[in-house]
Design a binder for this molecule. Sequence first.
Ligand code: ZN
Length: 317
Amino acid sequence: MYNLLYHKRRFFCLVLLLIIIAGCSTIAVTDPPVMANSKPLVSFVFDDGDETDYTVARDIFKAKGEVASTAVVTGWVNTENYLSVSQLSELRQDGWEIMSHTVSHPNLRDLSESQIDDELSMSKEALESWGLPVRNLVYPYNKSNKTVEKIAAKYYRAGRAGQKMLNGPDQDRYSLKSFSSELSFRHNMSHIKDHIDQAYAQKKWLILYQHLIDAKIKISDKQGSFMQDEMLMFKPSGASGKIIEDNRWSLVFIPLSGTPQIGDTVTGVSSGASAKLTRKEYNEREAITEMIEYIHSTYPEMRIVTIDQGLDLMGMP
Ligand SMILES: [Zn+2]
């Protein structure tokens, strides 16, 4: 009797063990190793507070129903070619996040603790005094260390650095990782699409950053000289821009509206100078638009978010 019971119990235990093993192996096969809050997200951050955040990027994101983040050097606000306080207020009203990028853009690693504290606290105070609440920081040159991050934690929810990695919910939020998008915009757009594909597949957060939004074209048949900062008109495409650099065989400009096309005649509105557009080197206005369209059409459920929204969605404190 005792023996029979013992065997029954042993048989029962064996079956139970098999059920548990079977259950575990099913879990291991069906569940990828993704943390609970992990989601595929993309953020676009514009570093330094260039005026093109307002004159170029604002329209692009608005037209697509999306928002971005601008990381502002407060000592440069209201100076030539940088955002003004009223432009920043409008971006904020559109849903953009205003981030701090320090007062004077130093390499924070080279500063004393009190100097770091000043850069981080005073930039936050300046933005708040302009009616612009700020929660997150971008380290100049993407450079931080443990001391910088410890001081950042006194004033900010998170800090962004570089290092070309995607972010998961377990990422140290004072060391958020990011990729430069402008290098890809100029050379190889497929690199950025690869990052987006990976972020989607791994349910991770891709943070892209860039600076001034510009475009470069090759020209021929140049007549006269273009003037510094003058407006450019492209015909027949109807595009417009503002010149940054006039070289003999190329022009660098801010792509204010439309899409210049090969064969266009470009004319300086003030100088009357003109040239033929023979090749497009890059156009960051088009590139940003293409990235948003790629996300919308390929991964409709992938969200484009500000840094603060990304932290919320990833469940980071
Ligand atoms: Zn910067």
